[in-house]
Design a protein around this ligand. Structure first.
Ligand SMILES: [Zn+2]
Ligand SMILES: [Zn+2]
Length: 202
């Protein structure tokens, strides 16, 4: 309904990380089956229901550690997190195994990536930066031509502005995979995205 993107990252051995299992568990499960993948972990950019609602179901079939920032995990599976009539409260997964924090360097299935805290759209929002691959998974912090809304509970325009300035310091040709819509690059957004100008968000 909200066209939330779920990303699957896999290595040559067929191991995979699942980022933001949102609305459609069946579609995610068939992608895992179609690629003959073994899920090695779940990475959550933030707690909004359209990015976590398939987690419990996919996790049940493919158990693996779940990583999330504590500022979002504390409300993501509570009754208030819903977008009715499209999403009711997400079913809670067994537990969050890894608490994400700014600057944390993680190594999973042969990928090394850095956690960048990017609060603003939500209090515990993070991006995952795969420097060797030149890839940023940005969740709802940055979109092509736009940025995440800040009018949801816990949103903060000034915090988002600071988070976006952090992303602007990444390599110009970094490919950005967004929580909604098409991919872009840091360079293209710096050139054309109004919201990346200092002061644009107050
Ligand atoms: Zn969101
Ligand atoms: Zn979203």
């Amino acid at each position: 309904m909200f066209a939330s993107n779920c990303h699957l990252l896999s290595n040559d051995a067929g191991e995979a990380l699942v980022v933001d299992p949102g609305a459609d568990a069946d579609q995610i499960l068939s992608a895992i089956a179609g690629g003959n993948l073994r899920v090695a972990g779940y990475l959550l950019t933030h707690g909004h229901v359209d990015h976590v609602s398939a987690l419990a179901e996919v996790h049940r079939k493919h158990p693996a550690p779940i990583a999330m920032h504590p500022e979002d995990s504390k409300w993501a599976f509570s009754p208030g997190n819903k977008m009715e009539p499209f999403f009711s409260q997400p079913e809670a997964p067994p537990r969050i195994d890894r608490e994400l924090a700014d600057g944390q360097v993680c190594e999973d299935i042969g990928f090394t990536y850095r956690v960048i805290e990017t609060p603003g759209h939500s209090p515990g929002g993070v991006c995952f930066y795969f420097e060797d691959q030149g890839v940023l998974i940005a969740g709802d912090t940055l979109f092509r031509g736009s940025v995440g809304r800040v009018d949801l509970p816990g949103g903060n325009g000034q915090a988002l502005s600071r988070s976006l300035q952090k992303l602007c310091r990444l390599q110009y040709d970094t490919v950005v995979y967004c929580g909604h819509g098409p991919a872009t690059t840091i360079g293209a957004e710096k050139k054309t995205n109004y919201f990346l100008r200092p002061g644009a968000l107050g």
